[in-house]
Design a protein around this ligand. Structure first.
Ligand code: DAT
Ligand code: MG
Length: 134
């Protein structure tokens, strides 16, 4: 049984021109890219996507950042896709991420950490629906 997850290449990584390297890594890790688009979120769209964090102190800054430039949103499919993509991304804080992970390689700070990945099956379904509603 395969699983689907949502991946985002965040504005910091797009500005650094590492979109190609990140997509190459995704393919090298065996994920199927089922859908993909480049978007520039409005502040309201970023707030909607991160609504689970609405009470966190970083919510305003995070959603400013996420609406600050182009992002690349992808629907990935593979066996164990959710956990595998989180493993390839690395820890939220790039300073704590394992060498070899995307956040270790390309992240700048806990906020500007290059990529997003769903954290569970229910979240993945909700997040995929947020960007790829049919
Ligand atoms: P993850 O993206 O690893 O799932 P999360 O869901 O806890 O992490 O947080 C979502 C995003 O919010 C994260 O990618 C970056 C930002 N963030 C998390 N914790 C933060 C903090 N302490 N300060 C600033 N931004 C933070
Ligand atoms: Mg999360």
């Amino acid at each position: 049984m395969t699983e689907k997850t949502l991946a985002i290449i965040k504005p910091d990584a797009v500005k650094k021109k590492v979109v190609g390297k990140i997509i190459q890594r995704i393919e090298d890790e065996g994920f199927e890219i089922r859908s993909m688009k480049m978007l520039h979120l409005t502040k309201e769209e970023a707030k909607g996507f991160y609504i689970v964090h609405k009470d966190k102190k970083f919510y305003n800054s995070l959603t400013d950042f996420m609406s600050s430039g182009e992002i690349v949103v992808m629907l990935l499919e593979q066996e164990n896709a959710i956990a595998h993509w989180r493993e390839v991304m690395g820890a939220t804080d790039p300073a704590l991420a394992t060498p070899g992970t995307i956040r270790h390689g390309f992240g700048f700070s806990v906020e500007r950490n290059a990529v997003h990945g769903s954290d569970g099956q229910a979240t993945a379904e909700w997040e995929i629906n947020y960007f790829f509603k049919e």
